[in-house]
Design a protein around this ligand. Structure first.
Ligand SMILES: Nc1ncnc2c1ncn2[C@@H]1O[C@H](COP(=O)(O)OP(=O)(O)OP(=O)(O)O)[C@@H](O)[C@H]1O
Ligand SMILES: [Mg+2]
Length: 245
């Protein structure tokens, strides 16, 4: 059954690479306007799950529904932003050239392009580095530039795979504030993280363990169900694997 507010629905989704079953019959609903966090130990299938949600991987079995319709990747791309776990940037180009290139792919008009580039680079606090070639960026700066690119066309749904890795705590908090602003605007965010305080700032969490969703609920409800005081303890109770790498 399609739920009223559901924007992404996964049903019995499995994925194998050769003989390795990476995801096992994952079913979940992501609600419109939520910040949905995917949590799980390294190798539990978070990146694979995100790739399946946006059609970068095809499921072995099961289905992905986007706004009530079967996922069609090419129709989906104008309404989503995707930030991959590894930065996909042109090192020899400046930040501005990287942004302009992506803006042209998204079909942004020249005036709109300039305005959006300034807006997203302000969000990630990189406006002073617009004309610097990317190979001169630090790891955290590259992460922030990737985030800026994902925000460029003001997508309805953002898929962010470990967006704050290598970013210092102060800026991380600012970036999370900007995630909450995006949510206030009605956007939906799907985010993977290993960081506990980030998990606590999500509306809902999907906990992945060995390719299975062991829980999908609000952080408070999950803690109550497992009788623990922190989300990390859920994993420690469930097989003793820590989610913090
Ligand atoms: N294209 C692929 N071919 C073969 N195996 C793959 C492929 N992509 C992922 N895997 C395997 O699937 C499993 C899950 O990988 P995935 O990248 O989804 O994990 P993850 O939860 O994102 O981990 P991390 O926290 O380290 O990013 C791993 O065992 C990985 O080796
Ligand atoms: Mg990953």
């Amino acid at each position: 059954m399609i739920q009223l507010n559901s924007i992404i629905q996964l049903k019995g989704l499995s994925k194998s690479f050769g003989s390795q079953e990476v995801l096992k019959s994952v079913s979940l609903n992501i609600q419109k306007g939520d910040i949905y966090g995917l949590l799980g130990p390294s190798g539990s299938g978070k990146t694979t799950l995100i790739k399946l949600m946006i059609g970068l991987e095809t499921p072995s079995t099961g289905s992905v529904t986007f706004k009530g319709n079967k996922l069609k990747a090419n129709e989906l791309y104008p309404s989503i932003g995707y930030m991959a776990q590894s930065d996909a940037l042109y090192d020899e180009l400046t930040a501005k050239e990287n942004l302009s290139f992506m803006a042209s792919l998204y079909g942004l008009k020249t005036a709109e392009r300039k305005e959006q580039i300034e807006k997203v680079m302000t969000t990630v606090d990189l406006l002073d580095h617009l004309y610097k070639p990317v190979h001169q960026f630090s790891g955290g700066m590259k992460r922030r530039l990737s985030l800026a690119i994902a925000l460029l066309h003001e997508p309805e749904v953002l898929f962010l795979d470990e967006p704050t890795v290598g970013i210092d705590p102060v800026l991380r908090k600012e970036i999370w504030d900007s995630f909450h602003r995006l949510k206030e605007e009605g956007r939906t965010l799907v985010i993977t993280t290993h960081v506990m305080d980030e998990a606590e700032r999500c509306d809902r969490l999907g906990l992945l363990s060995h390719g299975e969703i062991i829980s999908s609920d609000t952080p408070d409800a999950i803690k109550e169900t497992y009788g623990v005081t922190s989300i990390e303890d859920v994993f420690l109770k469930n097989g003793g694997v820590s989610i913090a790498d």
